[in-house]
Ligand binder design. Structure first.
Ligand SMILES: *Cc1c(COP(=O)(O)O)cnc(C)c1O
Length: 222
């Protein structure tokens, strides 16, 4: 199937409150343009250099999401234009995004990444760490960065019950934080679900799915 057909098929299964982020990492601009011409405007990339390169040459009404692990020294390159940073996993990164937001006269929307998988290799806060950051006085002073929700990646496994329970844990933490720290309506996103598990993620409360290979085909890292 073509990229346009893949997009249409996936979009037709998404509830209205779920946003599709088309993950275009490693894919050439021509393929992004195929998705663009089919109406897609939200793209996700996981490398700063690739993201800025694509931003520079592709249409300016694209919303770019940074979905990968972000190093502090690279925030400055995406701060002028990025729509949403999914993978904020430390206080130092949040502080840096705030600083670059101020330099660019922007408030940058971010998602706080939680460690929900069994694998220790995956990034993200654990709950205690997150609460410590949110309760620190400096947190309230960050005026140029705005957490609009949580992001998580489930374990890479065929065990559906395991994946489901990891998604459910992110949703329940979201509900808890919404009540305790983020009463503002802008805190509303739960970014979870990829090509292999997005239907499950939606059942467990996802509002944003990051889908790559199911749209663009398998990636070739060679
Ligand atoms: C690559 C990537 C995706 C998309 O993965 P697919 O399995 O191709 O859908 C989603 N989220 C993150 C953080 C990624 O790096």
């Amino acid at each position: 199937m073509s990229i346009a057909e893949n997009l249409e098929k996936i979009q037709s299964t998404l509830p209205e409150h779920v946003q599709l982020v088309a993950v275009s990492k490693t894919k050439p601009n021509e393929q992004l343009m195929e998705a663009y011409d089919a109406g897609n405007r939200v793209f996700g990339e996981n490398k700063v250099q690739e993201l800025t390169g694509k931003y520079e040459v592709l249409p300016k009404d694209i919303e770019w999401h940074m979905i990968g692990h972000l190093q502090r020294n690279k925030v400055k390159y995406i701060a002028p234009f990025v729509t949403l940073i999914h993978g904020v996993d430390s206080k130092r990164l949040l502080v840096e995004i705030n600083k670059q937001g101020a330099k660019n006269g922007r408030v940058i929307d971010v998602l706080l990444q939680m460690h929900i998988a069994i694998e220790s290799t995956k990034f993200g806060f654990d709950k205690a760490e997150l609460l410590e950051m949110l309760d620190a006085p400096e947190f309230a002073e960050l005026q140029n960065v705005r957490p609009v929700g949580l992001m998580g990646m489930a374990s890479y496994t065929d065990n559906e019950a395991q994946v489901r329970s990891e998604f459910a844990s992110l949703k329940s933490l979201f509900d808890e934080l919404k009540a305790s720290h983020f009463s503002d309506a802008s805190f509303k996103e739960i970014s979870m679900g990829m090509s292999g598990d997005y239907p499950l993620a939606i059942e467990e409360g996802s509002t944003m799915v990051r889908v790559g290979s199911a749209i663009f085909g398998a990636r070739n890292y060679a």
